[in-house]
Design a protein around this ligand. Sequence first.
Ligand code: IPT
Length: 270
Amino acid sequence: HTIGLVTSNLSLHAPSQIAAAIKIQASKLHFNVVISMIEQPDMNACKNAVNSLLSQRVDGLIVNIPLEDEQAAAITEMCGNVPALFLDVSPQLDTHSITFDATTGTHLAVDHLVMQGHQHIALLSGPLNSVSARLRLEGWQQALVQHQLTAIAQLQGDWSSLSGYLQTLSLVSSGVTFTALLVANDQMALGALRALNESGLAVPGQVSVIGYDDTEDSACFIPPLTTIKQDFKALGEISVDTLTALIHTAIRPVNARVLPVTLVERKTTA
Ligand code: IPT
């Protein structure tokens, strides 16, 4: 039996840790995994990847590419009888999906900062053509409003640490005073830490930073990163278990499952 995995760029930490977790769980269940990677999110590339996996006769597909509702529906349609499970779509979508609870994640981060007395909070979002990046940005904004606050600045990166570095440098040089920075993933937070360090701003003395993901390296950043944990090992296990169950049944009621997230408090917030 074979599972097809269509994934975003594996040079990013989160997709690579998800792919590893999928591979490990699939091996336990004696399934092969065939991977098709897309460098940049792009619907045509995604369709080609799905077609190539289908022509290799995979029994089911896991799709970890950011997709809009219509795009995920089109992929499901293409798959016909082969079940497809989506990891980066809106949790509201009527399809087989497993996603993380972005509302809770973003509210945990904002509440943590506000409890520490922060009022001048800047946002560094992911690329807004990604559903998850938009959900995180909207979640932060809603949570700020609940505390009668609005973001003091809003920047956008592309998930890479370099973009986090460059965006944070531009934030610092804009002259806006901020005491905390919410970052949409740990890799951009890594770049932000370098930019703050080079600008002579102490973390957490002058600026607090919160990441998102809790990928494996984040505990070893300087200082160790406070972040929102998305449990990628659990995601890998649950996706493989869910997909293999779908493969083995003819009746497949749609199940959009949302996994919990937690705040991991380390040394970048005070
Ligand atoms: C999402 C990560 O949180 C982000 O850091 C980035 O790597 C992105 O993937 C790449 O697509 S996690 C995904 C399951 C929404």
